[in-house]
Design a protein around this ligand. Structure first.
Ligand code: NAP
Length: 283
């Protein structure tokens, strides 16, 4: 896999925004935050509880603008908690007055919902919480963020191919991601007249905490590597690059889009014979 490279530049200079969904240094949200910071963005983060704060705080401090002795803005925010959502966006309003971008990289489904039979294992509560945390939270965050985007803005969420096609064990999360992609289009139409762009990135599998919760992970990574057009797994640096395009002025006129960053896996109808051998470990 290519080394993660985040070239420095000024594409995000003068822009401030919120990144939701950094759990640790492997999080896709962290790859995006590093890329945005390398281009001059100022970033506030959410985290869930003191355990996560211990991990997120040093990461956030590490990308503060050079020479700044200010502390990063960090907000304790479980997206199912209305009071915490309210407090998060109020903090941004109090500290900055307005923001320019939002990154939503949050998803959850119980482990029991992410293995085996979709029809047998999907419970009412499991369905509701997957939809609430993984899809509705983007609508809620987008509404609140849009109220403090005075001069237009840009929002990005993270999705996966399991929304369009059946991926073993992805189950209810595939349904939630389909809803998330539909939400992206409706948000884009509502917020477009206010100069706010809303897009989704459909990333290929990347080794993170969230990915570890999905059954048959090893098979998924091996198969994706063998069967994608690039014959490699997805690098979070590529996802971060796409986010930079969408969140900066480079992405002007791009909205309502679900953009695949998955080594071209989505474009393959049937993997070549040698790819199938490689995926199955056959010589
Ligand atoms: P990750 O590092 O585990 O990030 C997931 C984040 O969601 C964590 O920060 C987690 O916080 C947060 N979260 C879950 N429930 C929450 C809640 N109720 N309130 C607030 N935050 C909550 O994994 P990731 O892979 O980078 O995931 C980021 C996004 O990319 C997700 O939407 C995921 O579906 C998507 N994605 C991932 C892949 C992949 O292969 N990794 C591929 C395509 C799309 P806690 O740790 O505190 O729960």
């Amino acid at each position: 896999m290519a080394e993660q490279i985040f070239p420095e530049g000024t594409l995000m200079k003068g822009k401030r925004g919120l990144v939701m969904g950094v759990a640790n240094k492997n999080s896709i949200a962290w790859a995006i935050a590093r890329q945005l910071a390398a281009q001059g963005a100022e970033i506030a983060f959410t985290y869930q509880g003191d355990n996560l704060l211990r991990r997120v705080k040093p990461l956030a401090q590490s990308i503060m603008p050079e020479g700044s002795d200010a502390e990063p803005i960090l907000c304790d925010c479980d997206v199912t908690n209305d009071a915490q959502m309210e407090a998060t966006f109020q903090t941004l309003k109090d500290e900055w007055g307005e923001i320019d971008f939002l990154v939503h990289a949050i998803a959850f489904a119980g482990k029991d919902q992410l293995a085996g039979s979709f029809v047998e294992n999907t419970t009412r509560d499991g369905f509701k919480s997957a939809m609430d945390i993984s899809a509705y939270s983007f609508v809620d965050a987008a509404r609140r963020a849009s109220h403090i985007m005075k001069d237009g803005g840009s929002m990005v969420t993270l999705t996966y191919l399991g929304s369009e096609r059946v991926i073993p064990n992805y189950n209810v999360m595939g349904v939630a991601k389909a809803a998330l992609e539909a939400c992206t289009r409706y948000l884009a139409a509502d917020l477009g007249p206010r100069g706010i762009r809303v897009n989704a990135i459909s990333a290929g599998p990347i080794k993170t905490l969230a990915a570890a919760g999905i059954g048959s992970g090893r098979h998924m990574f091996r198969f994706n590597k063998a069967a994608s057009a690039l014959r490699d797994n997805t690098d979070s640096a590529g996802v971060a690059g796409a986010a930079l395009y969408m969140l900066s002025d480079l992405g002007l006129s791009c909205t309502g889009e679900t953009h695949h960053v998955d080594g071209g896996f989505h474009a393959i109808g049937m993997p070549a014979e040698d790819a199938m051998d490689e995926a199955s470990g056959r010589e």
